[in-house]
Design a protein around this ligand. Structure first.
Ligand SMILES: *[C@@H]1O[C@H](CO)[C@@H](O)[C@H](O)[C@H]1NC(C)=O
Ligand SMILES: *[C@@H]1O[C@H](CO)[C@@H](O)[C@H](O)[C@H]1NC(C)=O
Ligand SMILES: *[C@@H]1O[C@H](CO)[C@@H](O)[C@H](O)[C@H]1NC(C)=O
Ligand SMILES: *[C@@H]1O[C@H](CO)[C@@H](O)[C@H](O)[C@H]1NC(C)=O
Ligand SMILES: *[C@@H]1O[C@H](CO)[C@@H](O)[C@H](O)[C@H]1NC(C)=O
Length: 253
C-alpha cells in the first residue's frame, strides 16, 4: 500500500516543491520585468483553479484519491505535448497508469518502460494495456529519414553523438524502419510516416505481448486463476482529435 501511494504522489510532491521554489525566486523577478505570465507560473495558476473546481464538484475527490489507485488501464504514449492521454480520452486522475516516451516504445531491455508494465500487471492488476502512437510523430519521422537515407541504426540523428541518449533511444525504431525499408521507400514521405507510426504500434503490441508479465497474466487467465488482460494498438490523429483502433488487440489466443 505504501508503494502504491508513494509511487503516485512522490514525483508530484517533488515537482510541486521544485516549481514553487523556482516561481518564488524567478517568477517575481520575471513578472516585474515583463508583464506576461511565465509558462511555469501559468501551470501553477491553472493547477490552483483546477484543484478548487474539482473539489467544488466533488468534495471527497482528493481525500479518496489520496488513499490509493485502482486504474484499469495502462497507457504507453508518446512524450509529444499534443497527446495528453487523460485529456484526449476524457479521463480523470486515477483512471490511467501512464508511461510516455519518445515514439511510445517498450524496448524489452529498457527497465524504465518494462518496470511500469510489471507493476501495472502484477500489482495494480490493470485489464488493458494500450500502445498509443500518433500521426506526425517526430521520433518516428527521424527514424524514417535515417532509414531512407541509409544511415546506420545507431546514428539516427546525424547532429547527435551516436552514444548519446537520443540516438540510443531511437536505435531500435530505426532498426525496425530499416527492416521495413522496401515498403516505406515506395511511398510519399507523409504516407511512409503514417505506415511507420502504425507498424511501430503493432510491433510494440507484439513485444509487450511477449513480455514475461503479459505471458504470466495470460496463463493465469487461461487456467482460471486470473483476470482477462488485453493489449491494444491505437493511433491518435492530431488533425482530427480522434483515436483509430488498429484492431490488433491481443489476448491469450
Ligand atoms: C468523488 O470522487 C471519488 C474519487 O474519484 C469517487 O470515488 C466518488 O465516486 C466521487 N463522488 C461523486 C459524487 O462523484
Ligand atoms: C519529417 O522529416 C522530413 C525531413 O526528413 C521533414 O521534411 C518533414 O517535415 C518531417 N515531418 C514531420 C511530421 O516531422
Ligand atoms: C521488439 O523486441 C525485440 C526483442 O524481442 C527487439 O530486438 C526489438 O528491438 C523490439 N522492437 C522494437 C521496435 O522496439
Ligand atoms: C495458473 O497460471 C499461473 C501463471 O502462470 C500460475 O502461477 C499458477 O500456478 C497456475 N495455476 C494453476 C491452478 O494451474
Ligand atoms: C477497426 O474495427 C472497427 C470496427 O469494426 C472499424 O470501424 C475500423 O475501421 C477498424 N480499423 C481499422 C484500422 O481497420
Amino acid at each position: 500500500m505504501f508503494f502504491r501511494n508513494s509511487l503516485s504522489l512522490f514525483p508530484i510532491i517533488l515537482l510541486a516543491t521544485a516549481l514553487t521554489s523556482i516561481v518564488n525566486v524567478e517568477g517575481h523577478r520575471l513578472s516585474a520585468r515583463q508583464n506576461k505570465v511565465d509558462a511555469s507560473e501559468r501551470l501553477l495558476q491553472g493547477n490552483a483553479q483546477w484543484a478548487a473546481s474539482t473539489k467544488k464538484d466533488n468534495t471527497t475527490f482528493f481525500q479518496t484519491s489520496a488513499k490509493g489507485q485502482d486504474p484499469k488501464v495502462l497507457w504507453y504514449g508518446c512524450a509529444d505535448s499534443r497527446e495528453p492521454e487523460s485529456v484526449i480520452t476524457n479521463s480523470i486522475p486515477g483512471d490511467i497508469f501512464v508511461h510516455r516516451n519518445i515514439a511510445n516504445q517498450v524496448p524489452p531491455e529498457d527497465a524504465n518502460s518494462v518496470s511500469v508494465l510489471e507493476y501495472a500487471i502484477k500489482h495494480l492488476k490493470v485489464e488493458h494495456v494500450i500502445i498509443a502512437g500518433h500521426t506526425n510523430c517526430g521520433g518516428a519521422n527521424a527514424s524514417l529519414s535515417a532509414a531512407l537515407a541509409g544511415s546506420s541504426a545507431s546514428q539516427t540523428l546525424s547532429d547527435e553523438p551516436s552514444a548519446g541518449a537520443l540516438n540510443k533511444w531511437l536505435e531500435p525504431l530505426t532498426e525496425f524502419a530499416l527492416s521495413q525499408k522496401s515498403q516505406l521507400s515506395a511511398k510519399s514521405n507523409s504516407d511512409a510516416l503514417t505506415v511507420l507510426v502504425e507498424e511501430n504500434v503493432k510491433k510494440q503490441v507484439e513485444n509487450v505481448s511477449n513480455s514475461e508479465a503479459i505471458q504470466a497474466a495470460w496463463q493465469a487467465e487461461t487456467n482460471g486463476t486470473g483476470r482477462a488482460v488485453r493489449v491494444h494498438g491505437w493511433v491518435y490523429d492530431l488533425s482530427t482529435g480522434l483515436i483509430r483502433d488498429l484492431n490488433v488487440t491481443r489476448g491469450p489466443n
